[in-house]
Design a protein around this ligand. Structure first.
Ligand code: IMP
Length: 432
């Protein structure tokens, strides 16, 4: 009786969506537990690409249930659009397939306006947010003025809460950001254009559902968004997202006891990327970084921004293993590293002249960290058509072994391309 959590062990974009999609074929329930449409989970099935932002990555398996839990901030227009696009692609999303918690936070247009206005007003110290309103929506939740999903289905509550919340927002828009005010009626009318489409997916008690499934011995997969180093408590604050991205957050969001989460899968790329501002010790500012960016198509699936690229950072990976309790690693995009004479791996940092092996607790120190590299020989072979681990070139196997040994955690799966069948299991997570 336990659930599997899939989380990002770097700065996001590790390929969690692909892994969740693959695992979902063996699961009963997939639970998305934090973030919002700042996430972009790209799935490729039989060469066909689907990008999801809010809907759990299990949705392409029509016999599985996907749940959006309380810790997610839901852009209702974005969600409606995602459902529409899936329907157009032939996936008829039924109310058995998708369930949305009444307790999730509604992300409304004024959150996006505030997110963008704040970023635009910053000269130095921009976070480089996705502009999707994530920070302002979580802020409202913590300040107890958020509209929950349940509020949207009740016209009286909706209007009253909008009037209350917009009083303060409009003071900010007009007084601080020189922006026009937004009326409660305007938002109310916009909500009415989509709310009936979402009603069938409404569900009151996610905690009861998920707990019952776990008790019944069903397979439940928790799907994280963003990555460990963007965690609001443990990441490189303030260059982080506004939710807790680590595994324990799954239990809080779904409303189940933490002991239920026993298999914690840390997803990481065979190299590192970061999008947005903030420290990135192993970032490469040279042609090697550019090659990784080009070969890995490292451009954001939500914003299209170019991702910063660098060698794998083991200091950061070990930190992620500790914070999440990761007991299984998934190495993604290994194929992208083909064609380098040697592969760098950051095994430590030099900070203020001292060699450190643990991730510094202050962002200021992470900014000062100079990477210490070990180099392993590279390879020239195309890995994308390889079907079994044993067929991987020797230098690739050496790289995998080195990383697992240095990380102190087994690598159970490697990915050599975006499609489902480009997934090589060293040790299957599920037996059937
Ligand atoms: P926000 O989550 O839009 O507030 O953005 C805060 C920071 O997190 C920025 O640096 C974003 O680029 C980053 N971020 C947010 N979502 C993702 C994601 O899904 N992948 C990678 N970075 C992300």
């Amino acid at each position: 009786m336990s659930a599997t959590v899939v989380i990002g062990a770097q700065w996001g974009d590790e390929g969690k969506g692909k892994l969740v999609d693959v695992l979902a074929s063996h699961a009963d329930l997939v639970v998305r537990f934090q973030g919002g449409s700042n996430a972009g989970h790209t799935l490729v099935v039989n060469g066909k690409k689907t990008v999801l932002h809010l809907i759990p990555s299990g949705i392409l398996h029509t016999d599985k249930t996907c749940v959006i839990a309380a810790g997610v901030v839901i852009d209702i227009f974005g969600l409606t659009d995602e459902i529409k696009k899936l329907k157009e692609a032939g996936f008829h999303i039924t109310s058995e397939q998708l369930l949305i918690s009444d307790n999730a936070t509604a992300l409304l247009p004024y959150h996006k306006v505030l997110d963008k206005a704040r970023e635009a007003a910053l000269s130095d110290g921009k976070i480089g947010t996705t502009g999707k309103g994530i920070g302002p929506a979580y802020e409202d939740r913590a300040a107890r003025r958020a509209l929950m999903m349940a509020d949207l289905f009740d016209s009286k509550t909706l209007m009253a809460k909008l009037e209350f919340v917009l009083k303060e927002k409009n003071a900010l828009f007009q007084g601080l950001y020189d922006l026009p005010s937004i009326s409660a009626k305007e938002i109310y009318d916009q909500v009415q254009t989509v709310i009936e489409e979402l009603r069938p997916y409404r569900t009151a008690d996610v905690s009861l559902l998920v707990s019952t499934k776990i008790k019944q011995g069903k397979r439940v997969v928790f799907e994280g968004a963003q990555g460990t180093l963007l965690d609001v408590y443990h990441g490189t604050y303030p260059f982080v997202t506004s939710s807790s991205t680590i595994a324990a957050s799954g239990a809080i969001s779904a409303g189940v006891g933490p002991q239920n989460l026993s298999k914690i899968v840390g997803v990481f790329k065979a190299y590192c990327t970061r999008v947005g501002s903030g420290p990135f010790p192993s970032e490469l500012h040279d042609e090697i970084g550019q090659k990784i960016q080009k070969d890995g198509h490292e451009f954001g699936s939500t914003t299209g921004r170019a991702r910063r690229c660098g060698w794998l950072d083991l200091v950061a990976l070990r930190y992620a293993i500790r914070l999440n309790g990761i007991n299984s690693l998934a190495m993604m995009k290994l194929d992208v590293l083909t064609g380098h004479e040697q592969i760098g791996i950051c095994t430590g940092y030099k900070v203020n002249g001292e060699i450190v092996s643990e991730f510094p607790t202050s962002t200021e120190l992470v900014t000062k960290a100079e990477p210490i590299y070990e180099y392993l020989p590279g390879w020239t072979e195309d890995l994308t058509k390889i079907k079994a681990v044993k067929d991987l070139p020797r230098n690739v196997l050496k790289y995998i072994e080195f990383v697992a040994q240095q990380a102190g955690c087994p690598i159970d799966v490697v990915s050599v391309g975006p499609d489902r069948d480009q997934t090589l299991w060293i040790k299957p997570l599920f037996k059937d």
